[in-house]
Design a protein around this ligand. Sequence first.
Ligand code: ZN
Length: 209
Amino acid sequence: MIVLHNAFDDAYVFAADEVAAINRIGATSGCHTCGRRDPETRSGNWIGDLQPPTAVNHSGKPQRIFPHCLTCQRIQAGYVFELRRKNGFAGEGLPRPSAVVLVTGDRDTFEPPRAERGKVVFASTAGVSIGCRSGMDGTTCLRLLDADDRADADRPLFDGLIATPSRRLDVVTPDYRTLATRLVRETEIRLRIWCDHAVEPDQVDIAIG
Ligand SMILES: [Zn+2]
């Protein structure tokens, strides 16, 4: 079993006065992408969205913070991953806890499935995108398990096959940092995922095989 978090030790954490300011703006103007008035987070906190996103801020432009809802933050994380994959750029700013964590058998071609409102696991045959806690409110603990590690009867939220053409499975963040890599024997493996919350989990178990 490997225990991971969707953030690195040096992750940027918003100060209390920044959280209060983002919440004030969110309450007045809603999500800056979709316009909804509900941040969709368990805490009720809006998510501070840095624009341009750190991971694609090539020229180090000054960044501004806007209120984002949970779904828009996750959708944007998928775009950021694709941009990072294509242009190979690593952001200079401190990483933040990721809106999603991606599990894929081919990180060099993976196109993350688009996040949907009110759900937590988004899947294609190339991999899955798993929603995490809002970066304003904490991190999500992910446990990477072998097939036998979780023998209880709880029905997984996701149970499906993922292509592993290079016989490896990577757990990566949208800014292309690798949390874990597992080598596998097959070119297709079974993945099961359990989350302790239907939308914004603290704990995610991922069983391989
Ligand atoms: Zn939104």
